[in-house]
Design a protein around this ligand. Structure first.
Ligand SMILES: [Ca+2]
Ligand SMILES: [Ca+2]
Length: 175
């Protein structure tokens, strides 16, 4: 009788030890981790960075990004930029965070009419070639320094001419 009980107990204990970890891993596969991604602009399809964090962990503040033509307004949890990211709150799910900006001017909009097109490319090209009278026609020198090297010259004019001719390779200058 005693031997039967002892045997039964050992079988139960063995079953408990093998069954328990299997159940635990089947119920929660990798659920202790969340991904956090952040984006330079709400319209960007790709994030600038991302990391995995433990679920429930406070991720904390994200470094302020920089743009030459815009003032950073904060990080947001939606592309509509209506829900601010709170760095003191724990991350409970996969999280996408977007930088909000006040855009001061469009890069390449040298005549300040809020569009970047062939008119700007023409002005900048003549200015860079030293045509007289074109200094005054460049209304925004910061917008004309497209490669952001503190000089406005033929290199900028070349990039703007390509951009306004729809060259995808130079698109990143105009963020
Ligand atoms: Ca323009
Ligand atoms: Ca330049």
């Amino acid at each position: 009788m005693k031997r039967t009980v002892a045997l039964l107990l050992s079988v139960l204990i063995a079953a408990a030890f093998t069954a328990f970890p299997m159940t635990a891993s089947a119920v929660e596969p990798d659920s202790d981790e969340c991904s956090v991604w952040w984006y330079l602009r709400a319209t960007d399809p790709e994030p600038i960075a991302g990391v995995d964090v433990k679920r429930g962990e406070v991720f904390g503040p994200i470094a302020e990004p920089g743009r030459t033509n815009a003032v950073f307004q904060g990080w947001y949890l939606n592309r509509e930029l209506t829900v601010p990211y709170d760095p003191t709150k724990p991350i409970m799910q996969d999280t996408y965070i977007f930088a909000g900006w006040e855009v001061l001017y469009l890069i390449g909009d040298v005549n300040n009419d809020d569009v970047v097109n062939g008119a700007d490319a023409g002005l900048l090209s003549r200015y860079a070639s030293g045509w007289s009278g074109y200094y005054d026609k460049i209304k925004n020198m910061a917008a004309a320094d497209i490669n952001n090297d503190d000089k406005v010259n033929g290199a900028d004019a070349g990039i703007l001419a390509r951009y306004t001719s729809d060259w995808d390779q130079v698109r990143w200058y105009f963020y």
